[in-house]
Design a protein around this ligand. Structure first.
Ligand code: NAD
Length: 322
């Protein structure tokens, strides 16, 4: 039986990935600073370790065949815009130590989760943006802070592959969403924040939207995300690969979709002083289709429906909705 390590397994995608892998009969060690918040882990072993520390990375990788390195200090646009030093410091330490520990522990495969935040700002200035191809990451002008650190860690994977023969895999996520993700507290991302605001709203109400609502993104449901990760690590493709959907929607569209799911009449109050990120961002999935013979397939409507109902139930459980 193959033994795998998932770091960041107390977090959103890591927790889903652990479930996916244990269901496929892998023996899974899960590592994070904290256990999953909303549901018990499915891992065979869960270790609370701070992966900024070298000795903990060595401990985490002992006796392991494959590493899925998801641990990162991160959050939505509100968080990453205001914590750049901390994000770069923590994530650089995690990523440098994890890949070196993986090499020394004789790990066979190492998967790193990068982000669409590596793409240059100069290609994302319009809402009807051209979908981003993997090679568009250069000449680099990544998102300042979080995006630059991701780009650096991507290159680290490439060099470990070239210099040491470590089989590295790099996936660039485009806005992953779904149940069991953070929905309040400042680290939440746009789909979760919008679901929360609408769940807490009256039948006829107004909610605050960051920016003018015309900014565009594509969103990918978490079940597709973990399947894509798994397919990639089975492949022999070692360059960065987009993983997302290529259906572009505005934030206004997203609000309207969630309002329809909730059956509420919602109007929008725009706060243009709030961080909005790039003006438009979409994934070009040409290479994803070629490499994986597959692409994400769960519709945004379906994914939002599941996510909205999960967030609604959480708010009821916590006494915030009566
Ligand atoms: P998340 O914040 O839910 O999970 C990250 C986990 O890493 C958290 O549980 C956190 O406690 C853990 N962590 C942070 N510092 C740590 C440390 N020092 N030691 C051990 N664990 C530590 O985020 P997520 O959405 O599940 O993201 C997983 C990965 O995917 C991250 O690398 C993230 O940058 C990347 N990513 C996510 C998205 C997205 O849309 N969710 C988009 C692009 C990239």
């Amino acid at each position: 039986m193959e033994r795998v390590l998932v770091t960041g397994a107390g977090g959103f995608i890591g927790h889903h990935l652990v479930k996916y892998l244990t269901a496929r009969n892998y023996w899974v060690r899960a590592v994070d600073l904290k256990e999953p918040e909303y549901e018990k882990t499915a891992a065979d072993e869960f270790e609370c370790l701070d992966l900024r520390r070298w000795s903990n990375c060595v401990q985490a990788t002992r006796g392991i065949d494959h590493v899925y390195n998801l641990a990162a200090n991160m959050g939505g646009i509100g968080f990453i815009e205001s914590h750049k030093a901390e994000i770069m410091h923590d994530n650089a330490l995690i990523n440098l130590h994890m890949i070196e520990a993986a090499r020394l522990s004789g790990i066979e495969k190492f998967l790193y989760t990068s982000s669409a935040c590596v793409y240059p700002g100069y290609l994302q200035k319009s809402p009807d943006v051209t979908p981003l191809r993997e090679e568009d990451a250069y000449p680099a002008d990544a998102e300042d802070g979080y995006g630059w650190e991701k780009l650096f860690a991507e290159r680290q994977c490439r060099h470990y592959n070239q210099d040491y023969g470590l089989r590295t895999y790099v996936v660039r996520f485009h806005n992953i969403f779904g149940p069991l993700g953070t929905y309040d507290g400042g680290r939440e991302k746009s789909p979760a924040a919008i679901c929360r605001k609408i769940a807490l709203a009256n039948e006829v109400d107004e909610i605050e939207v960051w920016g003018d609502g015309q900014q565009t993104r594509s969103y990918c449901y978490v079940d597709d995300c973990v399947e894509g990760i798994y397919r990639l690590i089975q492949s022999s493709y070692h360059a960065p690969l987009n993983l997302g959907q290529d259906r572009l929607v505005t934030i206004n569209n997203l609000v309207d979709m969630v309002a329809t799911i909730a059956g509420k009449q919602i109007t929008k109050r725009y706060d243009t002083s709030k961080p909005q990120g790039v003006r438009g961002r979409n994934s070009d999935n040409t290479r994803l289709r070629e490499v994986l013979q597959w692409e994400p397939r769960i519709s945004l409507e379906k994914g939002l429906e599941v996510t909205y109902h999960w967030i609604y139930e959480q708010l009821v459980k916590r006494g915030r909705i009566r």
